[in-house]
Design a protein around this ligand. Structure first.
Ligand SMILES: Nc1ncnc2c1ncn2[C@@H]1O[C@H](COP(=O)(O)OP(=O)(O)OP(=O)(O)O)[C@@H](O)[C@H]1O
Ligand SMILES: [Mg+2]
Length: 314
């Protein structure tokens, strides 16, 4: 089957004063699929989303959505795309129902049609109980759903979701994932940004990782994990032992060992998993360091992310 690209971004560059927010970034999103844009804070995700959705012009480069050049033809492009942005666009004084009806009216639907569309979306997003309350009384999860609802009013062919599940509890997150999967089943193309690697793993057919305005790696979740190649050994020790553990293990392996002070974990890549695991255990015992946890696992997207980004410094 021939695959078409619903989004094509070619060599987009964007500066804010002296800051290069995006540097010659390119991306393609297949029609009817979920494409993920992953990156730490300040990587440039929202900037790219704003450019793709006509809210911000690029300094250089080309962007097309559903075959339409968004730079030269933003009005037309807007008829094809929906956006649920990172900061809620929904006005808290209106009820959920009023918000959706108003957006529908803005899109040119008549009063009766607009009401009908609002009801459809309320049902689809499970907002029945909250529909007649002011949105400012909504929980974070409800607000996200309402935001998503507002972006769906015009039945967009291409939907942009900027961190759709940030700050949601695990259950609400899963509900949102279901809504996203449902949209995909109906043929909607989705581009989402996320900082949650499990989310990218669960939802995205293809993933781009961006850091400091540059695209650094792309592929399916499996490709990305394979690119790391090696298994990971993780050791958790007490805070006072963290430094000593790092020193003895670095010496034993003759290379640096990554340390996370917050989680008190040491992480090392290994080619000979089980052998190294035993060596790590023996070395730590010899140094009289008590091990709280020790495990060997295949690389996850987290490992890829930590290996390819600079750890989100900004
Ligand atoms: N309007 C603006 N004016 C100046 N600088 C900006 C503007 N918008 C974004 N930036 C800067 O551009 C860089 C990229 O920001 P962006 O919002 O795209 O990051 P992000 O990947 O969405 O981060 P987050 O995960 O925190 O949402 C940051 O350094 C940010 O401070
Ligand atoms: Mg952002």
């Amino acid at each position: 089957m021939r695959q078409t690209n619903a989004i094509i971004v070619k060599n987009v560059t964007k500066h804010f004063g002296k800051l290069t927010a995006l540097e010659s970034v390119s991306l393609r999103a297949q029609q009817g699929r979920v494409t993920g844009l992953l990156g730490p804070n300040g990587a440039g995700k929202s900037t790219l989303i704003k450019i793709m959705t006509t809210l911000l012009p690029p300094d250089k480069g080309d962007v097309s959505v559903d075959g339409i050049d968004v730079v030269s033809n933003p009005r037309m492009a807007r008829t094809r795309l929906g956006l649920a942005g990172q900061s809620a666009a929904v006005d808290g004084f209106l009820t959920g129902r009023e918000t959706l009806t108003m957006v529908a009216r803005l899109y040119g639907l008549g009063a009766k049609q607009a009401k009908k569309r609002a009801q459809e979306l309320i049902d689809r997003l499970g907002l029945q109980d909250a529909a007649n309350r002011q949105a400012k009384t909504y929980s974070g999860g409800m607000r996200r759903r309402l935001d998503l609802g507002a972006s769906l009013v015009a039945t967009p062919k291409v939907l942009f979701l900027d961190e759709p599940t940030t700050g949601l509890d695990p259950r609400t997150r899963l509900q949102l994932w279901e809504i996203i999967r449902d949209l995909v089943k109906q043929g909607v193309t989705i581009l989402l940004t996320t900082e949650y690697l499990d989310e990218a793993d669960a939802l995205c057919d293809y993933i781009y990782v961006i850091d400091k305005g540059k695209m650094i790696i792309e592929g399916t979740a499996d490709d990305l994990k394979k690119s790391l190649g090696q298994d990971i050994i993780e050791v958790k020790v007490s805070e006072k032992n963290l430094n000593t553990a790092m020193l003895v293990l670095s010496k034993m392996l003759k290379r640096d060992v990554e340390t996370d002070e917050l989680t008190r974990r040491l992480r090392l890549q290994t080619k000979s998993g089980a052998d190294d695991l035993l060596k790590v255990a023996a070395t730590l015992r010899k140094a009289k360091i008590k091990v709280e946890e020790l495990n060997l696992h295949r690389p996850t997207l987290d490992d890829v992310f930590l290996a390819v980004t600079d750890g989100g410094s900004n």
